[in-house]
Unconditional design. Structure first.
Length: 182
């Protein structure tokens, strides 16, 4: 009798991101499988099944796949294999409702010429992806928590200056006058 228990996970990614998850000649999928000791099947409609022997590893691979599905480069998503890194996904509609100005809220999080996003990334060291109705975060666990809070502040109506001050306090970093105003 086989002593290894087989674990199975399933997730869905946007159809537009399937080719990126597969990679050229299957290279991305194969790299994830090789580095995580899992088996991944990807359907054209975005349903992804993951099989493996380690439940924790399966959850990490599910996060990697979902991160690619939310707009991250696969190489960056693979950073989730490192124990110190974390992934979080915020659904914008959970904060603003379904029929609100989604584009306006995404614009607030991104900021003029990408400034708000750059400030969050610079001060916390995380990577953000604003895709569809979601904001995804990858980085060190403590930094992801700070970035998550900053994004929630935007989603609940805080001004950019308030969020920037929060980030400076939490990260003990200072923005230049140009970064702060510009």
């Amino acid at each position: 009798m086989n002593s290894k228990m087989e674990f199975h996970e399933e997730t869905t990614i946007p159809k537009a991101r399937v080719a990126i998850l597969i990679g050229t000649k299957g290279a991305t999928r194969k790299a994830i499988e090789r580095k995580s000791h899992t088996k991944i099947k990807i359907s054209a409609n975005g349903v992804v099944t993951i099989d493996g022997d380690n439940a924790l590893e399966l959850m990490v691979v599910k996060n990697i796949i979902e991160a690619v599905g939310r707009g991250f480069n696969p190489a960056l998503a693979l950073e989730l294999l490192k124990e110190e890194n974390a992934y979080e996904l915020l659904n914008i509609e959970d904060y603003i409702g379904k029929n609100k100005a989604l584009d306006r809220i995404r614009g607030v999080i991104i900021g003029k010429e990408g400034k708000a996003r750059k400030v969050i990334e610079k001060l916390t060291g995380v990577h953000l992806s604003i895709y569809g109705k979601t904001v995804a975060i990858i980085g060190k666990a403590e930094s992801v928590a700070i970035a998550h809070h900053a994004i929630e502040m935007f989603l609940t109506g805080a001004k950019h200056s308030t969020v920037y001050r929060f980030l400076e306090t939490k990260t003990k970093s200072k923005l230049t006058e140009e970064e702060y105003n510009g």
